[in-house]
Design a protein around this ligand. Sequence first.
Ligand code: ATP
Ligand code: MG
Length: 374
Amino acid sequence: MSQKDYPRAFGRYEVLGILGRGSMGVVYKARDPLIGRLVAIKSIPESLGLETGKKEDYIKRLFQEARAAGALQHPNIVTIYDVGESEQGPFIAMEYLDGITLKEILSRGKKLNLSQVVELTRQVGEGLDYAHSRGIVHRDIKPANLMIVEGRLVKIMDLGIARLPFSDLTREGKLVGSPSYMSPEQLLGEELDGRSDLFSLGVVLYQATTGKKPFTGKNIQEICYRILHDDFIPPSQLEPSLSEEFDYIIAKALAKNREQRFQSGKEMFSALRELLAPEEKEVSAPRISRGKEAEPTTQIASRKEASSSVNSVYDESASFSSSSEIEDIFRDLTLSHRVLKLREEKTVKGWQIFLLVLFGLLALGGVIWFFLRG
Ligand SMILES: Nc1ncnc2c1ncn2[C@@H]1O[C@H](COP(=O)(O)OP(=O)(O)OP(=O)(O)O)[C@@H](O)[C@H]1O
Ligand SMILES: [Mg+2]
């Protein structure tokens, strides 16, 4: 899409450029002239390939859910500012983030180390527990919906943005979504609660540490079958730096039966934190200021009873900004992104300098030749 193909505005928001594309539409960088702040506009093409009745239903649901998510205020959740309808169809205006998605990081072949996994789980877990305690389930936790800002802050994106029913994932024979991160109950179309998102987070952690997804297949049906029925290769077999204890935690996160999974993000974080060396634990410990002690990992595999702490939330005063000890923990992952960008820019500059010098020499040669001939 070239510059002139951009819609110039969505409602009062002036479009500045494209941030990215997803299966549902394009995300634009825009400016709110009233407040003078940058926003991200998610446009949802009106057609969406849905039949007329379904389309109206979907748009109604989109507005309802965006309104509910608009009431959420959490440092680890992208804030929704506004919803509206424009000539291009419905849109959502949200907080603009200058960061890099976990999907981009992983697509560059990077893997997360244990401290980074613990920190990712802490921040995503905090955001999810907060949303779940308010009755909102994300339904689409995946690396593309986790943005890392300034090498340290993790933001959950697309929370509360109505998703198409699974049956609509394949439209006109074209796959528009992936079930790879979906929980068994989500594939079966059952009523969902927060534990479905925690399963998806488990898939994300598996992929972030091993570079592979736990359930793969040649087609959508095969992936679904594996999620519903098959075991996966223990992460430590794919990444030798991981321990068997880590395998246990992933096995619990990816249990087919939600009663056997971690019941809250906090519980998942506490289990992972136990794997850190004592000095690293010290660093992450003060971030949580309420709740019971972390359980030993030896108990994790054997424990089958579900705890009733689905709604347990972190102390909101333990916000990200209050802690500076482990800031920049993701820096080595995000830095390469910046360095790569800089290198690309430098390459262009190198060529420019080379051409400039070449032209300079040619001009000088021309002048010398002119005088010598004269
Ligand atoms: N609030 C935001 N601030 C900055 N960039 C954003 C924001 N929201 C989305 N983006 C960018 O737009 C891209 C597309 O986002 P979108 O949610 O449409 O698709 P996706 O999550 O990658 O995939 P899918 O549509 O399959 O869920 C993201 O990968 C990200 O780079
Ligand atoms: Mg998204």
